[in-house]
Design a protein around this ligand. Sequence first.
Ligand SMILES: Cc1cc2nc3c(=O)[nH]c(=O)nc-3n(C[C@H](O)[C@H](O)[C@H](O)COP(=O)(O)O)c2cc1C
Length: 222
Amino acid sequence: MNIQDKKQEILKAFQFRHAAKTFQVDKKIPQEDFHFILETARLSPSSFGYEPWKILVVQNKEIREKLMPCTWGGKGQLQTASHFILIFSRNEKDMHHESPYIQHMMDANGLPEESQKIRRSIFKTFQESDFKLLESSRAMFDWSSKQSYIALANMMTSAAQIGIDSCPIEGFDKDKVEQVLREEGILTGDNLELSVMAAFGYRVDEPRAKTRQSLDTLVNWV
Ligand SMILES: Cc1cc2nc3c(=O)[nH]c(=O)nc-3n(C[C@H](O)[C@H](O)[C@H](O)COP(=O)(O)O)c2cc1C
């Protein structure tokens, strides 16, 4: 495929993607296709390569039912999506520059001790003064969440490229959803918090035409 055709195909996928409210209940995403979507999350970039995310795929009907009262923005999706995910992000417990998780990730990335030392010092400055992530636990969690949203975007785009619909969902009460998951024994420990949800499946309704501001409004050049 030449570049022009490739660009057209990619833009077609961006036009195809929309926030689907309901999905065909009897049409399931093949396991292999959902695995492909998950793989694009896994391969997503993260700051310093520390992968501050975790994905929970909620296929259990009873759990989905229990999430309904605290998920006002995703009721139709919870009831009909072929696959419904919750994306968690690591909070300060894991992401603090001195945490065992960060040490584990540096080891996992195969960094020799000398490089680790330099990196640790850069990461400390980054957290303390560049991004001021140590000012509040919320600052650290939001920084992790920003990265989780990259994985979310990649999943939605890759899904669209193979004809699968999706919807990102922030319409939920974070504390209540986490409480439900704790009561169910699904969320344990104190290192993960819920960032965002997403539903995947096949559309029922055709979407409205896209409304977006023009590129001239969006972009400034100097
Ligand atoms: C982070 C985020 C959270 C969103 N939360 C919800 C939600 O809770 N429920 C919903 O139906 N749509 C939700 N949306 C979808 C947006 O309303 C939608 O993307 C936007 O209006 C543009 O429309 P389009 O995606 O169909 O092009 C969310 C979108 C994003 C990016």
